[in-house]
Design a protein around this ligand. Structure first.
Ligand SMILES: *[C@@H]1O[C@H](CO)[C@@H](O)[C@H](O)[C@H]1NC(C)=O
Ligand SMILES: *[C@@H]1O[C@H](CO)[C@@H](O)[C@H](O)[C@H]1NC(C)=O
Ligand SMILES: *[C@@H]1O[C@H](CO)[C@@H](O)[C@H](O)[C@H]1NC(C)=O
Ligand SMILES: *[C@@H]1O[C@H](CO)[C@@H](O)[C@H](O)[C@H]1NC(C)=O
Length: 381
């Protein structure tokens, strides 16, 4: 629910089928990316984030935050996040000046934020994209010093991301690996917020792909569920039948799921193992992520993981199925748990835990017996 609100913001340019042709990725050979390019690219993203928080904190007061269910601690932490982004901007600006490059300046943006909730939802998505952007650029950085500097920004962005996700009751770290995005993918996503940039900003060696957006009808996306994506890409009649693939970005390379193009939308299934903020690109060919194959995307998809309670419930069900394959075989089971009176290993505590499992999960009758240190003639249950 929350994400769908957010996604409609990120993807403010509502896509209609057969819209006018959009900018296609140019087919020119990719120019070699230098460290200065990467610094400019990082600065472009930091400007966006910096402006986003400054604008949001100017739009909304503490009172607005409180009305939306966020307290003063949260509000003050957001100011801290905003300060971090401003500092990243000045850091990268200084670094670029230090190598006699002209740092890119702030652009004009349209964030489409309407209230505190959409502000926080968009912030969380932006931080997630920021993490994936730094991660994806890391391998292209030549200077080790830049790599460390970029990593030190990345870890902070990732903490912002966790904090904002947690504030929205989303898992703060939904999966063990973050997904790296390449420059074109990030530019496709970030470009949606950029209205125009000063002419003095040199062109970055990046290109945007046609937009791909999650169909708002699919709100609660879970692993192994069906999803559909809308696109601004114009699909030629002859290509409609496919084959099509959805490439789910991951650190070890994408997982490709077969997709179909029906009613102007790409339909596919969420692969197992994807949780949290994920990225999907539509490709014409399995295993191919070059400009020739990529048709649209990435789209952002929040895959909702199960919460701890759900997992516990699953485990309970699995255990009772495994241990109780013939529920009708026994009508009553009694369990006797015993420990010694001079229990110097704290067995009694474990016994209580185990007893609870037998009682609450299996419905057994449980009795406890303390074996006396001094032998007695008889044992009385
Ligand atoms: C700030 O408010 C304006 C006007 O409502 C809105 O267009 C913009 O998206 C908002 N930005 C943020 C980051 O809250
Ligand atoms: C604000 O909310 C957070 C999360 O619910 C909580 O941990 C924190 O103690 C609250 N702070 C104040 C000042 O109430
Ligand atoms: C999505 O999940 C939310 C929260 O769990 C729930 O309230 C809502 O009904 C769900 N929507 C759909 C379409 O299943
Ligand atoms: C995925 O869903 C299909 C049917 O929708 C089901 O048959 C299959 O067992 C599911 N796989 C997993 C791993 O949950």
């Amino acid at each position: 629910m929350k994400f769908s609100t957010a996604s409609s913001i990120v993807l403010a340019t509502a896509s209609t089928c057969l819209a006018h042709p959009t900018r296609r990725a140019e087919e020119a050979a990719a120019p070699k990316i230098t460290d200065v390019d990467i610094l400019q690219y990082a600065l472009t993203l930091e400007h966006l984030e910096d402006k986003f928080y400054r604008e949001g904190l100017a739009n909304f007061t503490l009172k607005h935050f409180e009305e939306a269910g966020f307290n003063e601690t949260f509000y003050n932490n957001l100011k801290e996040v905003s300060y971090d982004e401003t500092t990243h901007v000045s850091f990268l600006t200084t670094a670029l000046k230090g190598v006699n490059a002209t740092p890119v300046a702030e652009c004009t943006y349209a964030f489409g934020v309407t209230d505190v909730k959409t502000f926080i939802a968009t912030a969380a998505i932006l931080e997630g994209v920021g993490v994936s952007a730094y991660l994806g650029a890391a391998a292209s950085i030549v200077e080790k010093a830049y790599l460390t500097a970029a990593a030190s920004i990345l870890t902070v962005e990732s903490r912002h991301s966790s904090y904002l996700r947690a504030a929205q009751k989303q898992s703060p770290f939904p999966q063990p690996f973050d997904a790296p995005l390449d420059l074109n993918e990030v530019f496709t996503l970030a470009g949606q917020f950029i209205v125009s940039c000063p002419a003095t900003n040199g062109a970055l060696p990046v290109k945007a792909f046609p937009l791909l957006t999650l169909d708002p009808a699919f709100m609660n996306v879970t692993t192994n569920s069906s999803v559909a994506f809308e696109t601004k890409a114009v699909i030629a009649e002859a290509d409609k039948a496919g084959p099509w693939y959805a490439a789910w970005v991951s650190v070890t390379g994408p997982v490709y799921t077969p997709a179909t193009y029906v009613d102007c939308k790409f339909h596919t299934t969420v692969p197992v193992g994807y949780h949290g903020q994920n990225y999907v690109v539509i490709s014409k060919k399995e295993g191919c992520m070059t400009d020739d194959c990529v048709t649209a995307g990435p789209a952002i998809v929040e895959v909702t993981g199960k919460n701890v309670e759900e997992y516990q419930e699953d485990i309970r069900k699995a255990i009772s199925t495994a241990f109780n394959p013939h529920p009708t075989a026994f009508t009553k089971v009694s369990v006797l748990l015993m420990h010694w009176e001079n229990d110097d290993l704290d067995v009694a505590l474990l016994e209580q835990e185990l007893g609870k499992v037998f009682e609450e999960i299996y419905g057994f009758d449980v009795e406890y017996y303390e074996i006396k240190a001094t032998p007695t003639a008889s044992i009385d249950f």
